[in-house]
Design a protein around this ligand. Structure first.
Ligand SMILES: Cc1ncc(COP(=O)(O)O)c(C=O)c1O
Length: 450
């Protein structure tokens, strides 16, 4: 028989009562009023787990850290019919035009350009930087705590990545460290900070550095579609922002990307994605084929009406995770934004604290038994990967090296329900206790003194 006391299930209800009155710090986007909403359903779920002895049973299907949204089927099929009828599969047809305009309005930006993925989008942004930058240099300052695409784009174009360290709080590139790096390695052509996990870079500090040194500021915004700063979309900061529309993202078109800007004009970026063409038989400069097909755009349009609800649902689930896991020793939430930022809850990132003595890899393996797939992110750190080992700054990243060893993302997607989150949290708590005591989960359940 499952001993619920040992699992701490009964504790959660008490913790919810506490969290109702907790003074959540400015950096944790959880509103106490919203936590109250969960109290009754969570009580019922805890009771069900207790009476049916269900906690240690694996989920019927694996629960991944993300799950792609399906489109509104009838809308998608109708759009496909229209494409078939028009025989218009690429080159900025009706679907493309509609999606680009919708995104421009949604993101609240002057220039919005669709491309075939964010990796190519970053390359186009860097190519534009060559024209725009006041600085003649091959160097681009960036972070090693990112998806390979960020640094690959730099290297693929023959530019030189220079690594600066991240801020231990936001996990985004640290502007002070960037300035120190500039003093050591010279002023770069561009800086390429990443809004990591939905956290927002220090926008003011980067703007200050951009003015002071004259480099082009490109944000890798792959993770932050739907994030708002003071109610405004995040794509208007710096010179260019690059969003991903990959299937793992909240809004997706299977593959795809968006370039946004408030200062760079549409034509400059359009030429770059359109093999240099500015119009029929009018080749104006260097470009590449980065066009997004009509079918991809149709998919994006058929998902677009779902995203506001999807963000609301993710917010609820994220807040539930945060409320349940808040009092758990040795766990640190990594989504940390100030009160003027509303995140899109793309990820649910956590880290084991440095003092936990618990192996993250062991935790990942243990949760797999229940079909709960938590994953390391941005692992390995890019400064440790062969082709970037000799990049300037690669061996001066203590904060990045520390965080990449301890962090992971928990399952979060809009197809999950409250009981999934409650169960995942309980399994996580149980396995943390068991791992600290060097026993199995079942032993931890049986022996309440552990
Ligand atoms: C931070 C970051 N930058 C860039 C990319 C590349 O995006 P895409 O798959 O659209 O090329 C990703 C992909 O997830 C990412 O996480």
């Amino acid at each position: 028989m499952l001993d619920t006391d040992a699992c701490g299930l009964h504790q959660i209800v008490k913790e919810f009562a506490v969290s109702k009155t907790s003074d959540f710090s400015d950096s944790q986007p959880v509103a106490a009023s919203e936590i109250v909403e969960f109290e009754e359903p969570v009580k019922e779920l805890l009771e069900a787990f207790r009476t049916q002895n269900k906690l240690l049973e694996p989920f019927s299907e694996p629960i991944y850290w993300t799950k792609a949204l399906n489109p509104i089927k009838e809308d998608f099929l109708a759009r496909l019919e229209r494409i078939f009828k028009n025989h218009h599969y690429s080159n900025f047809g009706e679907e493309h035009q509609e999606l680009e305009l919708k995104l421009r309005d949604y993101l609240g930006v002057k220039t919005c350009i669709l491309v075939n993925n964010a990796t190519i989008g970053l390359m186009l942004a860097l190519k534009a930087a060559e024209k725009l930058s006041e600085v003649k240099s091959k160097k681009v300052i960036t972070t090693a705590f990112t998806f390979p695409a960020t640094v690959q784009a730099i290297k693929f174009l023959g530019f030189e990545p220079v690594f600066a360290d991240i801020c231990p709080f936001s996990l985004c590139l640290d502007p002070e460290n960037v300035e120190r790096t500039i003093k050591k390695y010279g002023v770069p052509l561009a800086a390429l900070p990443v809004h990591v996990f939905g956290n927002v870079c220090d926008l003011e500090a980067f703007n200050y550095l951009k003015q002071k040194y004259g480099f082009v500021l490109i944000y890798d915004a792959a993770h932050v579609f739907g994030t708002k700063v003071k109610g405004h979309g995040i794509g208007c900061f710096g010179d260019i922002s690059v969003f991903s529309l990959h299937a793992t993202k909240i809004l997706h078109s299977a593959e795809g990307g968006i370039l946004t800007s408030d200062s760079v004009d549409y034509e400059t970026l359009h030429i770059l994605r359109n093999n240099g063409f500015a119009g029929v038989d009018l080749v104006k400069g260097l470009g590449i084929n980065a066009k997004l097909s009509e079918i991809n755009c149709a998919l994006g349009l058929s998902i677009f009406p779902l995203i506001d609800e999807a963000i609301k649902k993710r917010k609820k689930l994220y807040e539930l995770y945060q409320a349940i896991l808040k009092p758990v020793d040795f766990l640190e939430p990594l989504l940390r934004v100030s009160s003027d930022v509303s995140p899109s809850y793309m990820y649910c990132p956590y880290a084991l604290s440095s003092k936990s003595g618990i192996s993250r890899e062991a935790l990942i393996e243990r949760l797999k038994k229940y079909k709960v797939v938590i994953r390391r992110y941005f692992y390995p750190l890019l400064s440790k990967v062969n082709c970037y080992l000799d990049a300037a700054g690669a061996d001066e990243l203590p904060v990045s090296e520390d965080i990449v060893q301890r962090s992971f993302v928990l399952p979060l997607n809009s197809y999950m329900e409250i009981d999934d989150v409650v169960k995942i949290c309980e399994l996580l708590k149980l396995e943390l206790t068991a791992l600290r005591s060097g026993v199995t989960a079942r032993q931890a359940v049986i022996n309440p003194d552990i």
